[in-house]
Design a protein around this ligand. Structure first.
Ligand code: ATP
Length: 313
């Protein structure tokens, strides 16, 4: 048992009939860490989050949550809160009534945060007395977060928490999660958005078809990625293309992106070869007006790790 870890999973398996949703998954989440779970559709993220929330029981493996081994029973482990597949709310009740009902359900002895306090934390004070029936997806997500916060969790488990949030809402929720983590709460969240993960998480676990293909710091994920496609805009596109064609370690790629631009040059290269190309362009009197990776290094690494391998047929 490791008390520094909020989650310690070893060799977790979970099947639904013939479908192997989780296939020997290991996961370590440190206390006070925001840990991202990513992977293509059907990779097993929701299944794993469901196990952490006690919504399902693993078929095999060992799971410790907040230092306590999880028993083979469908109960939410002590100190854990969150939701998968959207929060469960009573549509005919207001936001405040939903939270008050939750407090009542937990009983007088359970430590809870104040309803007004959590509504304020997630930015729903102005609509606290509106029926949740009329809430947008983003507002429901925020209320779901409030419902989790009211239980004062030590481990918060969230499935796509930024779903439906506008940019201001996302920033707000990111602020809430970052403050919670700074106060020692661990957060495990799934997301398809690399920019959200980069903004929030110190570590990520990438799942692909039920297996862990990467787990560790985001910086390591970026560093592990090798060649990337870069888009260059220069003062002399033809001369730049000729130079790039002759440069060592540089491969010219067709620009088929959404921002297709005949003037743009897209090259595939390692960073040192790209550096050398930039130096050559400048020496040749060609001005470099724009240089950026076509997709972010993290997204490129994610795609490289999760895309099905070519079978060669
Ligand atoms: N209750 C269930 N009954 C049958 N199969 C299930 C069930 N829940 C999940 N699965 C299957 O298990 C696999 C993993 O599903 P899961 O929902 O965990 O993936 P996910 O990574 O959350 O996907 P997404 O990004 O689409 O939400 C999928 O093949 C899915 O069809």
């Amino acid at each position: 048992m490791d008390t520094r870890l909020a989650v310690r999973a070893r060799g977790i398996t979970k099947c639904f009939g013939d479908v192997v949703a989780l296939d020997g998954v290991d996961l370590d989440v440190a206390r006070g860490q925001i840990h991202g779970l990513v992977g293509p559709n059907g990779a097993g993220k929701t299944t794993l989050l469901g196990l952490l929330l006690g919504l399902a029981v693993a078929d095999g493996g060992r799971l410790e949550i907040l230092g306590t081994p999880v028993q083979r029973a469908l109960t939410a482990p002590d100190g854990v809160a969150g939701f998968v597949d959207g929060p469960g709310l009573y549509p005919s009740l207001t936001a405040r009534q939903n939270l008050t009902a939750l407090v009542a359900l937990r009983g007088r002895d359970a430590g809870t945060a104040g309803v007004d306090d959590v509504l304020d934390q997630v930015g729903l004070t102005d609509v606290a007395d509106d029926q949740t029936r009329g809430f947008s997806l983003g507002m429901r997500q925020r209320l779901g977060l409030a419902a989790a916060l009211i239980t004062k969790p030590r481990l918060l488990v969230l499935d796509e928490p930024a779903n439906g949030l506008d940019p201001a809402g996302k920033k707000h929720v990111h602020g809430v999660l970052t403050r919670l983590a700074a106060d020692g709460t661990s957060v495990v969240l799934s997301s398809h958005r690399m920019d959200d993960l980069q903004a929030l998480c110190s570590e990520v676990t990438i799942l692909a078809t039920g297996r862990v293909v990467f787990s560790g710091p985001l910086s390591k994920l970026a560093a592990e990625n090798r060649e990337l496609d870069y888009r260059l805009l220069t003062s002399d596109p033809q001369a730049a293309r000729r130079l790039a064609g002759d440069a060592a370690g540089i491969r010219i790629v067709d620009d088929t992106g959404a921002r297709h631009d005949a003037e743009a040059l897209v090259v595939r290269a390692l960073v040192p070869a790209l550096d050398e190309l930039v130096v050559q362009l400048v020496h040749a009197g060609i001005a470099l007006r724009e240089l950026a990776p076509v997709v972010s290094p993290l997204e490129a690494a994610f795609l490289a790790l999760t895309e099905p391998k070519e079978t060669g047929r």
